[in-house]
Design a protein around this ligand. Structure first.
Ligand SMILES: *[C@@H]1O[C@H](CO)[C@@H](O)[C@H](O)[C@H]1NC(C)=O
Ligand SMILES: *[C@@H]1O[C@H](CO)[C@@H](O)[C@H](O)[C@H]1NC(C)=O
Length: 342
């Protein structure tokens, strides 16, 4: 069944098996248990959603996060996975930074901050959603994107890590690989799509990417086959994060040289450094069951929880620093750390 309120969106075409759900904010803090396990604080700030087992150390030895977590900020209450991205800041003419608020997508009002998450059997254009996909396994994790990238030539390595300049909340096209260059009245939507072919063996790899691959040709959307090295077709995982830039859109607030004023928490003013992290944490076989049974928005095989319950789940910020108000530097001052003095 489809939500009437979504009919304005491109994806409101008659998909029969596609998970699209909201997750409220779990915490915003400078931790990265995938890339920098045990390091408090990590080099740059993240915004995190999902189960409350999120902590500094989430190695294989700490067990199934679906068993450790006791609540989740996601609408599907059997999903204790953690999902995170960098954090967007506005840089004022006077050089101070303000964290850009996050707002929920169309259809998810009431959700505090957070993101929209998708798991797809087929590309959005294939409304039947009939392809067989293998759900991620307990302990699986991955990363896509490279925080240090600053130009198109570098980020061409990744497909479909993009931005949508929202003219209104339903805008879906066009997408750009770098930050929009003009003010976006309804915010900037950051889209992160993960690779869809798994080597079938490794739950992780040293760079958190090598155990995964894009299809051999084309994309998941175009039905490209998986390469022999990574033969297992997994769901297309995708994040949408809507950064509410409306308060920062006045021309007199933008730099005099006409450049755009937004910057990722790793001091990326280009947008090419966008990245997303994932730690699988669905309980038991709930994700596989969902991917094997037609569901879209309403998913009878899965348990759901009310938005008020999603919003209640949180973990305390374990890093002793302030991220709110006008900041003299980005948390962790990544600019000076990379030797690029302001
Ligand atoms: C993270 O969770 C694991 C498993 O519950 C636990 O052993 C570890 O002490 C936790 N680490 C922190 C820093 O809380
Ligand atoms: C810096 O600029 C912002 C945006 O114009 C303003 O709100 C803030 O008060 C300014 N801070 C200082 C220290 O001037």
């Amino acid at each position: 069944m489809r939500l009437k309120s979504l009919t304005a969106l491109a994806l409101a075409a008659p998909a029969s098996a596609l998970l699209r759900f909201g997750c409220s904010q779990l915490v915003v803090e400078r931790l990265d248990p995938l890339v920098n396990p045990g390091l408090n604080p990590s080099p740059h700030l993240h915004q995190i959603i999902g189960g409350n087992a999120f902590n500094l150390t989430m190695d294989a030895a700490s067990g199934d996060i679906a068993e450790r977590a006791t609540c989740t900020t996601c609408q599907f209450s059997e999903d204790f996975s953690n999902y995170w991205t960098a954090v967007l800041f506005f840089r004022a003419r006077n050089g101070t930074y303000y964290r850009v608020p996050q707002i929920p997508n169309v259809g998810f009002s009431g959700q505090t901050g957070g993101m929209t998450v998708y798991y797809m059997q087929d590309g959005l254009a294939n409304y039947q959603q009939t392809s067989k996909v293998t759900a991620f396994k307990t302990g699986f994790r991955m990363l896509i994107g490279e925080a240090s990238y600053r130009n198109k030539a570098q980020s061409n390595r990744f497909r479909q890590i993009t931005y949508t300049c929202l003219k209104d909340p339903g805008t879906r096209f066009p997408e750009s690989m770098d930050f929009p260059k003009v003010p976006c009245p309804a915010g900037i939507m950051a889209n992160v799509r993960f690779p869809t072919c798994w080597d079938g063996k490794n739950l992780d790899s040293p760079d958190h990417m090598a155990h995964m691959s894009y299809p051999e040709t084309g994309t998941f959307e175009s039905g490209g086959p998986c390469p022999a090295s990574h033969p297992v077709r997994v769901p297309q995982l995708m994040y949408e994060t809507i950064w509410d830039t409306a308060a920062f859109n006045a021309q007199e607030l933008w730099p005099e040289d006409g450049s755009q004023p937004f910057v990722w928490s790793m001091d990326d003013t280009t947008g090419f450094g966008s990245h997303g992290d994932y730690m699988f944490g669905w309980k038991g076989d709930s994700l596989q069951r969902a991917m094997d049974s037609p569901c879209y928005v309403n998913c009878p095989t899965l348990k759901t929880q009310a938005i008020a319950e999603m919003n209640k789940c949180a973990v305390p910020n374990t890093v002793d620093e302030n991220y709110d108000g006008w900041l003299k530097a980005l948390p962790g001052a990544p600019r000076s750390m990379t030797g690029m003095k302001a």
